[in-house]
Design a protein around this ligand. Structure first.
Ligand code: ZN
Length: 120
């Protein structure tokens, strides 16, 4: 079966379309910005990145205790939910004993509480 008739395609006039799809109440007050997810900013400062033992200064996620951490080695690759993934080392805060930060590194050598450089 052959159907070689030229088909006529009608394009809808754009103007009409735009007018129809325009929202009626443009002057509606905008809704408030949604609150950002609970991702907080954490102060972190990397030192000696090019040395065998690197250091990092940061504030505890929970209590904002200043912490100096020495770490070394390559991140360990492991599995997370069946997928290869870098194991993050949880550094415990010397002050509140919660996880102060997670580091992608091989080994944490020391964790020292210091006065936070960011505290006024
Ligand atoms: Zn803490």
């Amino acid at each position: 079966m052959s159907d070689d008739k030229p088909r006529s395609v009608y394009a809808l006039p754009n103007e009409e379309l735009e007018q129809q799809s325009k929202p009626q109440s443009v002057s509606k007050p905008r809704t408030q910005k949604p609150e950002l997810p609970a991702e907080r900013f954490q102060h972190i400062k990397f030192l000696d990145c090019d040395k065998p033992v690197s250091r990092i200064i940061f504030e505890c996620w929970h209590c904002f205790q200043g912490i100096l951490c020495e770490y070394t080695g390559e991140p360990i690759r492991g599995e997370y939910k069946g997928r290869p993934s870098i194991i993050q080392i949880q550094v415990q805060c010397p002050n509140c004993e919660q996880t102060a930060i997670r580091l992608n590194t091989g080994e944490v050598l020391s964790t020292t509480a210091i006065p936070s450089p960011w505290k006024q």
